[in-house]
Write a protein that binds this ligand. Structure first.
Ligand code: GSH
Length: 94
């Protein structure tokens, strides 16, 4: 049986002084997922990607790539909720 599905990859567009970004990065420390951090103030190319892909320069924004499809998710609370839902479930009793 073949399985062509790939795991999603995640990139967080952010900058250090943004409080909503700080909240998101802080929550990410407790979520077992690899998320690449892209500082849009340090790297103009990241800012351009964000505007082109997501449509606006607002941060934080999570880029989700899966099976050739990309999605741009804004709003810190939505990002945190999404990442928590994607993380491997912790061991819980039935
Ligand atoms: N409600 C948003 C607020 C995000 C926000 O206001 N981000 C600011 C930086 S702290 C920003 O990107 N402002 C520029 C813009 O909105 O274009 C969230 O919780 O993520």
């Amino acid at each position: 049986m073949s399985n062509s599905q790939t795991s999603p990859s995640y990139a967080l567009y952010h900058y250090p002084a943004c409080p909503f970004c700080a909240m998101t990065r802080s929550a990410m420390k407790h979520i077992d997922l690899d998320v690449t951090e892209r500082n849009i103030q340090k790297n103009g190319a990241h800012r351009t990607e964000l505007i082109r892909g997501g449509g606006k320069a607002q941060v934080p924004c999570l880029k989700i790539e899966e099976n050739g499809h990309e999605q741009w998710l804004y709003e810190s609370q939505d990002i945190i909720r999404y990442l928590k839902n994607q993380a491997k479930p912790s061991k819980q009793s039935a």
